[in-house]
Design a binder for this molecule. Structure first.
Ligand code: IPM
Ligand code: MG
Length: 365
């Protein structure tokens, strides 16, 4: 197979974890006789240095000509927000990409690996039956892309408003994605909204129910967002697919993302209706540990596995990478974010490159 991949390492730990993911890509290409052409481009603060834009034309062009996008992370030190380089860096680059490619669904799988139960912030009792869910978040509607306004009223009061809008086709598209995913899993979709208050949520609930009737083999459950936030913490094992709106998805997916113990483990995919996708670790650029060689490369490598599976249909290759990651963790290798001396199993603290070495070793055999 011959494919072009746009590689956007970005800022902070992005470049160093991307280096490791590309070593994995190279090994997979060699082992399975694929040709992956890597097209690098700048994004975020790194792009600003060169082009005075967080998402320059050159990067757009490269992304448009590739078969998938592998994204690192963007954003700089919060204390430097006054500098142009970091001002709105995340929003400018990530939201522009979503808008340009019409990425309407964001998929975030959350799994607590048995060998990492000790680093989860939840009690062993709470997660003893395992946690394995995918959060499906709508990505183009809600108050994200509605009108944003700040003005002064006739009492001279400063007012701000963000318009939240959903159309039925937006809801239907992402609902179909969720039901289709559920079919290959536990066949359960939990649709999350605030239908006791919001009009957008009332429409959301109605449309999801209609789409659910087209997928009669899948169980549909409705849950209010405040309850869902609580359930994620007290009983996360109940979930298979969580389907939700843009804003609620932003919040719930980060809540769920810390359950496995570190943001450095998980992958995320943003997809459009044509199946074109961007794959990224949702953990952010972590400027505090950037450049030290200690960041966990697993989230970036997992994002690559997801890209191979969803964009190129390379299930065997994706599974091999995921098994290699699990193997390295099972054998006790830990980066600092998942290292706890109190763990009963024999563990060894390693850096970014050494963790990738362990994963590569298990892919190559
Ligand atoms: C995410 C991020 C973005 C969002 C920000 C950076 C605009 O938090 O991908 O979840 O809110 O969608
Ligand atoms: Mg977020």
């Amino acid at each position: 197979m011959k494919k072009h991949i746009a590689v956007l390492p970005g800022d902070g730990i992005g470049p160093e974890v991307m280096t490791q993911a590309l070593r994995v890509l190279e090994t997979i290409a060699y082992k399975f006789n694929h040709e992956f052409i890597v097209n690098r481009a700048l994004v975020g603060g790194a792009a600003y240095d060169e082009y005075k834009s967080h998402f320059p034309e050159e990067t757009k062009r490269i992304c448009e000509h590739c078969d998938a996008i592998l994204f690192g992370s963007v954003g700089g030190p919060v204390s430097d927000q006054h500098l142009d380089k970091w001002k709105n860096c995340e929003a400018n680059s990530i939201l522009s990409l979503r808008k340009l490619f019409k990425f309407s669904a964001n998929l975030r799988p959350v799994r607590i690996l048995p060998e990492l139960q000790g680093v989860s912030p939840l009690k062993a009792q709470t997660i003893k039956t395992g946690v394995d869910m995918i959060i499906v978040r709508e990505l183009l509607g809600d108050s994200y892309f509605g009108e944003h306004k700040q003005f002064t009223d006739n009492r001279n009061m400063r007012i701000a408003s963000d318009l939240s809008v959903y159309s039925e086709d937006q809801i239907a598209n992402v609902a179909h994605t969720a039901f289709r995913l559920a079919r290959a899993r536990q066949k359960k979709v939990t649709s999350v909204d605030k239908a006791n208050v919001l009009s957008t949520s009332k429409l959301w609930r109605t449309v999801v129910k209609e789409i659910g009737q087209e997928h009669p083999d899948i169980q549909l459950e409705e849950m209010l967002v405040d309850n869902c936030a609580m359930q994620l913490v007290i009983n996360p094992s109940q979930f298979d697919i969580i389907l939700t709106t843009n804003m609620f998805g932003d919040i719930l997916s980060d809540t769920a993302a810390v359950l496995p113990g570190s943001l450095g483990l998980l992958a995320s995919a943003s997809l459009n209706d044509k199946g074109f996708g961007l794959f990224e670790p949702p953990g952010g650029s972590a400027p505090d540990i950037a450049g030290k060689g200690i960041a966990n490369p697993i989230a970036q490598i997992n994002s690559l596995a997801m890209l191979l599976r969803l964009s190129f249909d390379l299930e065997k290759e994706a599974k091999l990478i995921e098994n290699a990651i699990e193997g390295a963790l099972k054998d006790g290798y830990r980066t600092q974010d998942i290292y706890h001396q109190s763990e009963s199993t024999q563990t060894q603290l390693v850096g970014t490159k050494e963790m990738a070495d362990q994963i590569l070793k298990r892919i190559s055999v």
